[in-house]
Design a binder for this molecule. Structure first.
Ligand code: AP5
Ligand code: ZN
Length: 217
């Protein structure tokens, strides 16, 4: 199965992808995570991507496509993938269609996580993750059960993303509306689109997505 999660920064793509990964045995492919790993490793792609990421703009299609192509070719993706943050432009969407056709695969579902822009700034500004296992948390909406200790792995080290500040979030929302939102119509025309209200509780959104994933896998 190939599930696509579409939505602005803070919509919950990463949170939901990790939950679907656990319940359906799919593999989360986040181009944001792959790009941050490339920046941290100081690869050519990472060096080229850094400025766009810091400013909240999109990284060039050729860099993103090269990274995604390499990752999707790894053997663990055979059971199915959740694409989190990809595609983000029409060029990427068309390239994905070609890539999947080559492998005899097709998109099972594209889900648009529908939210209000205003709420997204608060979600992104309060976000942090476990430095060891990557579990996501929020200052208000998703605190660890025991303060300062990761629920999943027990680590006490957490980190925040460099681009999670109010100015950059505005630019990221703009990039979403200008370049990514048109993909909602693209997948609607392809007959694979579902819309999920992602303003509710994390567990409610997960229940809606679970039904879609169940039907698709
Ligand atoms: P990326 O890493 O993809 O960031 P993003 O799209 O801005 O998305 P986020 O990770 O901010 O949000 P999310 O939807 O995953 O929300 P989350 O689940 O964490 O991209 C970063 C950058 O990389 C881009 O700006 C661009 O430069 C580049 N890039 C990446 N992919 C690219 C591509 N394909 N092409 C070009 N450039 C690319 O949730 C947010 C917070 O809210 C969390 O704290 C969470 O606990 C909380 N939360 C989640 N759901 C709920 C809920 N229902 N109620 C309350 N709180 C909630
Ligand atoms: Zn952890």
């Amino acid at each position: 199965a190939v599930l696509i999660l579409l939505g602005p920064p803070g919509a919950g793509k990463g949170t939901q992808a990790r939950m679907l990964e656990e319940s359906f045995g799919l593999v989360q492919l986040s181009t944001g995570d792959l790009l941050r790993a490339a920046v941290a490793a100081g690869t050519d792609a990472g060096r080229a991507a850094k400025a766009a990421m810091d400013s909240g703009g999109l990284v060039s299609d050729d860099i993103v496509l090269a990274i995604l192509r390499d990752r999707i070719a790894e053997p663990d993706t055979a059971k199915g993938v959740i694409l989190d943050g990809f595609p983000r432009t029409e060029v990427q969407a068309k390239a994905l269609d070609g890539l999947l056709a080559e492998q005899g695969m097709a998109i099972s579902a594209a889900v648009s996580l529908e939210v209000d822009d205003a709420a997204m700034v608060a979600r992104v500004a309060g976000r942090y993750t476990c430095a060891k296992c990557g579990e996501g948390y929020h200052d208000t909406f998703k605190k660890p059960t025991v303060a300062g200790v990761c629920d999943k792995c027990g680590s006490t080290q957490f980190k925040r993303r460099a681009d999670d500040n109010a100015e950059t979030v505005g630019a990221r929302l703009q990039a979403y509306h200008a370049q990514t939102a048109p993909l909602i119509a693209y997948y609607d025309q392809a007959g694979v689109l579902s819309r999920v209200n992602a303003m509710g509780e994390i567990s409610q959104v997960a229940a809606e997505l679970g039904k879609i994933a169940q039907a698709a896998t």
